[in-house]
Design a protein around this ligand. Structure first.
Ligand code: M6R
Length: 608
């Protein structure tokens, strides 16, 4: 979703803003712009399209000097992608410039009020309402004015504000949309996410809900909701600059697929101590675990697919029944929550609006909340009572790969943790599961060698109109994720079905030569799945099966077979997903798609 960068300092702002925006491209955008404080007032340069177009405009714009400025990449919500709707927006009198991430839910009423006062609007955005409210409520003090306007806004916002009358200053404020502040030798920066700051600092401050910051070349001052100064402790990230750059790969997605053995090792090894699963930021007592009446796993997209795996594994290992809910639906299902319920929210970014709203809802209802999050200090991490971090490092490609794999690993660890706390997992079974779990990174490493094989299959099917995936139980959960990978980056229509459901309708879609990928790695499902493979073959489908090494019977039914390393059934999604990530990657590459930044998608979905 939208990306914000701001800089107030003593260096030229344009290169810093453009460098930061380039690091936020992964969030998804359709237009971009910058605003500069110049001697002549505020200057805005913006355009529809990619940053390359903005760069061209900057080159021909004449004087772009200025040491204080804001940059923005916009992912359209109110109004189509266009030059006019691009941010930053200027107030009618050109005294204020604003960049905004989020949605102002009461903007129609506010706009009406301004129209009645004689304001006119150039764009269809809610943001132009904010900037004109600043002009209308201007008190002469930038921070005061921003806070006054903030109190009128409903919905979500991360805002960066410049005023022609406040040279050297940026005011930032946020609610329900991420915003961080970093300090560097020449001044202060703000951004939607860490990669935009990493070239300048590895220490950053999170703005809390409705907090504000004033950035100048001398640093940053923070204010709470009542405008009282607050001192904040910075977070430190230990990634180096390479972690957020391509490092020789053509795409972040490929780099991130290849990083999976390492990040799985980091995630798993950091949570096993003396033969037991330990989560440092989880303080549930044994009595609280024993008292759990309902366990909900709530998430969106791939994180929900990891949750589906979690549901099966927690049931099998801990004997606890879990329900998986899409975060966007959770609140409307009227879930049965009590103070004994545990709601697990899974999110890579920790900023997904629906997941955050579901978490808050669960807290309001008195349930216990546990977040499984990748981004340290993110809104979801800060809002949950208990947190388990995935150690995937920065994930840039819109299509998640390594973060999903780490979420799976945390689901396995959580199942073992709950099984132990409930006394349902013997010492022997605990030791054996943890041994298998610790072996996963090496098996993932071995799977990286399948790259060329999956490239070969991709070459055969990249022209397909439809690709179906089938599986049962854990294989079905993995198939949903594999299908999403194909859809989002190759734009091939793909569906995943529980294999037993096919004959209840979807089998009508099969034509001669349609590719059906059968995930057949869970041994307990093998016999039944073979029958389903025969059913689709009888309708002319070509079947590529993924099964565990040594499954001889599958060879007799599949047209092609890819073997994954042997592992207990519960861990098989971690094995089958890696070849399917490669498959999706190569299919998309052969179709010439924008792999890291697929159309219409955003990395961090900060609107509901
Ligand atoms: O940051 P989150 O994990 O909360 O994001 C959830 C989904 O938006 C995300 O998994 C999405 O489905 C990915 N693009 C899938 O690759």
């Amino acid at each position: 979703m939208c990306g914000i960068v701001g800089y107030a300092g003593s260096e030229q702002a344009v290169p810093i803003l453009m460098g930061g925006l380039a690091k936020l491209e992964y969030r998804g955008y359709d237009s971009a712009g910058v605003a500069l404080q110049q001697d002549c007032g505020l200057t805005v340069i913006k355009s529809k399209g990619r940053l390359a177009e903005l760069r061209r405009q900057l080159e021909t714009a004449g004087d772009t000097r200025g040491t204080v400025g804001l940059g923005h990449t916009r992912w359209a919500t109110h109004g189509e992608p266009s030059d006019l709707n691009a941010h930053p927006h200027l107030s009618q009198d050109a005294r204020f410039a604003v960049v905004h991430n989020g949605i102002i839910e009461n903007y129609i009423e506010l706009k009406q009020m301004l129209l009645e006062k004689g304001y006119t609007f150039q764009s269809q955005t809610d943001t132009e309402v904010i900037v004109n409210l600043l002009a209308y409520y201007d008190t002469g003090d930038l921070l005061d004015t921003v806070l006054k306007v903030r109190n009128k806004l409903g919905g979500s916002y991360a805002l960066g504000v410049l005023s022609a009358a406040a040279p050297g200053q940026i005011v930032a404020v946020r609610k329900d949309s991420p915003l961080i502040v970093g300090l560097c030798k020449s001044g202060a920066l703000m951004a939607s996410d860490i990669p935009a700051l990493i070239a300048h600092t590895r220490d950053y401050y999170e703005l809390s809900e409705r907090e504000a910051a004033v950035l100048t070349k001398d640093g940053a001052r923070f204010y709470n909701v009542n405008r009282e100064p607050v001192s904040k402790t910075p977070y430190h990230v230990d990634w180096d600059i390479d972690a957020a750059s391509l490092g020789g790969y053509e795409h972040f997605m490929m780099k991130e697929i290849m990083e999976q053995p390492r990040v799985l090792r980091d995630t798993i090894s950091s949570k096993i101590h003396d033969g037991e699963v330990v989560f440092p930021d989880v303080s549930l007592t044994r009595a609280q675990v024993e008292a759990i009446d309902r366990l909900y796993i709530v998430a969106c997209g791939s994180a929900a697919h990891a949750g589906m795996v979690g549901k099966h594994v927690i049931r099998r290992v801990a004997g606890l029944s879990a329900e998986v809910e899409l975060a966007s639906e959770f609140r409307y299902q009227e879930p049965l929550l009590t103070d004994r319920s545990l709601v697990v929210i899974i999110s890579q970014s920790g900023e997904t609006a629906d997941s955050l709203a579901a978490l808050r809802y669960a807290r309001e209802k008195g349930a216990k909340t546990l977040a499984v999050v990748n981004v340290l200090g993110s809104s979801i991490a800060r809002s949950a009572e208990h947190v388990i971090y995935t150690n995937a490092g920065p994930e840039i490609a819109v299509a998640t790969t390594k973060a999903y794999s780490c979420q799976l690993a945390v689901m396995y660890l959580l199942a073992v943790y709950l099984g132990r706390a409930l006394g349902r997992l013997s010492d022997e079974d605990n030791a054996s599961l943890l041994k298998e779990l610790q072996a996963l990174p090496d098996k993932a490493d071995a799977l990286l060698g399948c790259k060329e094989t999956m490239q070969y299959y991709a070459a055969q099917y990249y022209g397909a109109k439809d690709i179906f995936l089938i599986g049962r139980n854990l294989d079905y959960a993995a198939a949903l994720e594999a299908s999403l990978k194909l859809k989002e980056i190759s734009y091939i229509h793909s569906e995943a079905y529980a294999a037993g459901e096919l004959k209840h309708g979807p089998i009508a879609l099969l034509e001669r030569g349609t590719l059906v990928v059968a995930l057949a790695a869970t041994v307990s499902m093998a016999d039944k799945l073979r029958s389903n493979i025969l059913e689709v073959k009888a309708r002319g489908a070509e079947v590529l099966a993924l099964a565990q090494e040594g499954d001889e019977k599958i060879k007799t039914v599949a047209d092609a077979l890819f073997e994954v390393p042997r592992t207990p059934d519960i861990f098989t999604p971690s094995m089958t997903i890696i070849p399917m990530q490669f498959f999706a990657y190569y299919v998309a590459a052969m179709r010439g798609m924008d792999i890291d930044k697929p159309r219409n998608l955003a990395k961090s979905v900060t609107v509901e």
